[in-house]
Ligand binder design. Structure first.
Ligand code: SF4
Ligand code: F3S
Length: 107
């Protein structure tokens, strides 16, 4: 099992999650963050840190977000590892909680 970043991270990317991960398994894209499922040790530390409540255990993904497990696995192979916190994206607070952000994902 692994933890998974879901849709509400898109266009927010607060990055608080990165600061607590003991095994550096976060990978950052232009407007979304993903977790490498082969590196995640299920420590649970990142889940409560996300201001967007976008991180879930793979077996607790909300209805309709199940496909994000595959998306995290796929994009973690393409995007670089990040280990330091950086400023949230512009207008992150406005985008926090907006529906249907998957179509805005930049690769
Ligand atoms: Fe990293 Fe732990 Fe979160 Fe997995 S659960 S991504 S190991 S902080
Ligand atoms: Fe995204 Fe939340 Fe991390 S918004 S970058 S999963 S703190």
């Amino acid at each position: 099992m692994a933890f998974v970043v879901t849709e509400n991270c898109i266009k927010c990317k607060f990055t608080d999650c990165v600061d607590v991960c003991p095994v550096d398994c976060f990978h950052s894209g232009p407007n979304f963050m993903v977790i490498d499922p082969t590196e995640c040790i299920d420590c649970t530390l990142c889940e409560p840190e996300c201001p967007a409540h976008a991180i879930f255990a793979e077996d607790e993904l909300p209805a309709g977000q199940e496909h994000f497990a595959q998306l995290n696995a796929e994009l973690s192979l393409l995007w670089p590892t990040v280990t330091t916190v950086s400023p949230a994206l512009a207008d992150a607070d406005e985008w926090n909680g907006k529906p249907n952000k998957l179509e805005l994902l930049e690769r």
